[in-house]
Design a protein around this ligand. Sequence first.
Ligand code: S3P
Length: 169
Amino acid sequence: MSLPKRIVLIGPMGAGKSTIGRMLAREMGYRFLDTDRIIEERCGANIPWIFDVEGEEGFRQRETAMLEELAAEPETVLATGGGAVMRPENHALLKKHSVVVYLRTSIEQQVERTRKDRNRPLLQNDDPEGVLRTLFAVRDPLYTELADIIMHTDRKSPRLVVRQLVNRI
Ligand code: S3P
Protein backbone atom coordinates (compact mmCIF):
# COMPACT_ATOMS: atom_id res chain seq x y z
CA MET A 1 0.00 0.00 0.00
CA SER A 2 1.39 3.43 -0.89
CA LEU A 3 1.81 6.04 1.83
CA PRO A 4 -0.66 8.93 1.85
CA LYS A 5 0.53 12.33 0.70
CA ARG A 6 -0.59 14.07 3.86
CA ILE A 7 -1.89 13.13 7.25
CA VAL A 8 -4.26 15.75 8.61
CA LEU A 9 -5.05 15.78 12.33
CA ILE A 10 -8.40 17.19 13.41
CA GLY A 11 -10.09 17.35 16.79
CA PRO A 12 -10.86 19.65 19.69
CA MET A 13 -8.55 21.85 21.70
CA GLY A 14 -6.56 19.61 24.03
CA ALA A 15 -6.79 16.54 21.79
CA GLY A 16 -3.00 16.45 21.46
CA LYS A 17 -2.84 17.30 17.75
CA SER A 18 0.51 19.11 18.02
CA THR A 19 2.21 16.63 20.36
CA ILE A 20 0.99 13.57 18.50
CA GLY A 21 1.52 15.23 15.11
CA ARG A 22 5.15 16.00 15.83
CA MET A 23 5.84 12.45 17.03
CA LEU A 24 3.93 10.86 14.16
CA ALA A 25 5.84 12.94 11.61
CA ARG A 26 9.14 11.83 13.10
CA GLU A 27 7.99 8.21 13.03
CA MET A 28 6.97 8.40 9.37
CA GLY A 29 9.85 10.54 8.14
CA TYR A 30 7.35 13.27 7.25
CA ARG A 31 7.49 16.99 7.89
CA PHE A 32 5.35 18.40 10.70
CA LEU A 33 3.32 21.57 10.14
CA ASP A 34 0.79 23.26 12.43
CA THR A 35 -1.61 25.78 10.90
CA ASP A 36 -1.90 27.83 14.12
CA ARG A 37 1.87 28.21 14.47
CA ILE A 38 2.33 29.20 10.80
CA ILE A 39 -0.49 31.76 11.09
CA GLU A 40 1.26 33.24 14.14
CA GLU A 41 4.62 33.33 12.37
CA ARG A 42 3.18 34.99 9.27
CA CYS A 43 1.23 37.49 11.32
CA GLY A 44 4.05 38.21 13.75
CA ALA A 45 1.48 37.98 16.55
CA ASN A 46 -0.11 35.29 18.69
CA ILE A 47 -3.63 33.93 18.32
CA PRO A 48 -5.14 35.96 21.21
CA TRP A 49 -3.87 39.12 19.50
CA ILE A 50 -5.38 38.07 16.16
CA PHE A 51 -8.75 37.36 17.83
CA ASP A 52 -8.58 40.70 19.65
CA VAL A 53 -7.73 42.81 16.65
CA GLU A 54 -9.35 40.95 13.75
CA GLY A 55 -12.05 39.01 15.58
CA GLU A 56 -12.69 35.29 15.20
CA GLU A 57 -13.77 35.93 11.60
CA GLY A 58 -10.36 37.42 10.77
CA PHE A 59 -8.66 34.39 12.28
CA ARG A 60 -10.94 32.02 10.31
CA GLN A 61 -10.02 33.78 7.06
CA ARG A 62 -6.34 33.30 7.82
CA GLU A 63 -7.00 29.67 8.71
CA THR A 64 -8.78 28.97 5.41
CA ALA A 65 -5.98 30.71 3.47
CA MET A 66 -3.46 28.53 5.29
CA LEU A 67 -5.40 25.34 4.52
CA GLU A 68 -5.52 26.36 0.86
CA GLU A 69 -1.80 26.97 0.79
CA LEU A 70 -0.97 23.66 2.47
CA ALA A 71 -3.54 21.52 0.63
CA ALA A 72 -0.98 19.91 -1.68
CA GLU A 73 2.00 19.61 0.66
CA PRO A 74 3.56 16.18 0.20
CA GLU A 75 4.81 13.95 3.02
CA THR A 76 3.44 16.15 5.73
CA VAL A 77 1.64 15.67 9.00
CA LEU A 78 -0.60 18.72 9.43
CA ALA A 79 -2.07 19.69 12.79
CA THR A 80 -5.11 21.94 12.44
CA GLY A 81 -6.93 24.22 14.87
CA GLY A 82 -10.00 22.77 16.59
CA GLY A 83 -12.30 25.07 14.62
CA ALA A 84 -10.92 24.26 11.18
CA VAL A 85 -13.97 22.10 10.47
CA MET A 86 -16.41 24.97 11.04
CA ARG A 87 -16.22 26.42 7.54
CA PRO A 88 -17.77 24.13 4.93
CA GLU A 89 -15.28 25.40 2.33
CA ASN A 90 -12.46 23.99 4.47
CA HIS A 91 -13.74 20.42 4.23
CA ALA A 92 -12.42 19.67 0.75
CA LEU A 93 -9.14 21.37 1.67
CA LEU A 94 -8.74 19.13 4.70
CA LYS A 95 -9.57 15.97 2.74
CA LYS A 96 -7.44 16.67 -0.37
CA HIS A 97 -4.79 13.96 -0.91
CA SER A 98 -5.01 13.17 2.78
CA VAL A 99 -5.74 10.65 5.41
CA VAL A 100 -7.76 12.62 7.93
CA VAL A 101 -7.33 11.49 11.53
CA TYR A 102 -9.78 12.57 14.21
CA LEU A 103 -8.18 12.53 17.65
CA ARG A 104 -11.31 11.90 19.69
CA THR A 105 -10.99 13.10 23.27
CA SER A 106 -13.42 13.31 26.18
CA ILE A 107 -14.47 16.66 27.61
CA GLU A 108 -12.67 15.74 30.85
CA GLN A 109 -9.38 15.28 29.00
CA GLN A 110 -9.91 18.46 26.97
CA VAL A 111 -10.45 20.39 30.22
CA GLU A 112 -7.43 18.80 31.84
CA ARG A 113 -5.12 19.49 28.90
CA THR A 114 -6.21 23.08 28.30
CA ARG A 115 -6.21 24.18 31.94
CA LYS A 116 -4.09 27.27 32.58
CA ASP A 117 -3.66 27.75 28.82
CA ARG A 118 -3.57 31.43 27.86
CA ASN A 119 -3.17 31.04 24.12
CA ARG A 120 -6.72 29.88 23.39
CA PRO A 121 -8.99 32.93 23.31
CA LEU A 122 -12.22 30.89 23.22
CA LEU A 123 -11.40 29.50 26.67
CA GLN A 124 -10.53 32.76 28.44
CA ASN A 125 -13.81 33.10 30.32
CA ASP A 126 -15.61 31.95 33.47
CA ASP A 127 -16.74 28.62 32.07
CA PRO A 128 -14.15 27.06 29.75
CA GLU A 129 -15.61 23.61 30.38
CA GLY A 130 -19.05 24.80 29.24
CA VAL A 131 -17.49 26.24 26.10
CA LEU A 132 -15.67 22.97 25.37
CA ARG A 133 -18.96 21.08 25.81
CA THR A 134 -20.85 23.40 23.49
CA LEU A 135 -18.12 23.31 20.85
CA PHE A 136 -17.91 19.52 21.08
CA ALA A 137 -21.66 19.12 20.55
CA VAL A 138 -21.41 21.11 17.32
CA ARG A 139 -18.09 19.86 16.06
CA ASP A 140 -17.96 16.16 16.98
CA PRO A 141 -20.35 15.23 14.12
CA LEU A 142 -18.20 17.24 11.69
CA TYR A 143 -14.94 15.67 12.86
CA THR A 144 -16.56 12.24 12.63
CA GLU A 145 -17.90 12.83 9.14
CA LEU A 146 -14.57 14.07 7.80
CA ALA A 147 -12.40 11.41 9.42
CA ASP A 148 -10.86 8.45 7.64
CA ILE A 149 -9.57 7.23 10.99
CA ILE A 150 -11.07 7.94 14.41
CA MET A 151 -8.45 7.48 17.12
CA HIS A 152 -9.48 7.63 20.77
CA THR A 153 -6.81 9.32 22.85
CA ASP A 154 -8.19 9.09 26.42
CA ARG A 155 -5.98 7.24 28.90
CA LYS A 156 -3.33 6.67 26.24
CA SER A 157 0.16 8.10 26.11
CA PRO A 158 1.04 10.05 22.95
CA ARG A 159 3.54 7.29 22.20
CA LEU A 160 0.78 4.64 22.24
CA VAL A 161 -1.51 6.77 20.07
CA VAL A 162 1.31 7.20 17.53
CA ARG A 163 2.06 3.47 17.49
CA GLN A 164 -1.62 2.65 16.92
CA LEU A 165 -1.85 5.27 14.19
CA VAL A 166 1.19 4.02 12.32
CA ASN A 167 -0.47 0.57 12.24
CA ARG A 168 -3.69 1.97 10.81
CA ILE A 169 -2.43 4.46 8.22
C1 S3P B 1 -9.64 27.00 18.11
C2 S3P B 1 -8.62 26.12 18.41
C3 S3P B 1 -7.23 26.54 18.51
C4 S3P B 1 -6.97 27.79 17.65
C5 S3P B 1 -7.94 28.87 18.00
C6 S3P B 1 -9.40 28.43 17.79
C7 S3P B 1 -11.03 26.49 18.06
O1 S3P B 1 -6.36 25.48 18.08
O2 S3P B 1 -7.05 27.46 16.29
O3 S3P B 1 -7.72 29.24 19.34
O4 S3P B 1 -11.91 27.16 17.50
O5 S3P B 1 -11.27 25.37 18.60
P1 S3P B 1 -6.08 24.14 18.94
O6 S3P B 1 -7.19 23.18 18.63
O7 S3P B 1 -4.78 23.66 18.42
O8 S3P B 1 -6.03 24.54 20.37
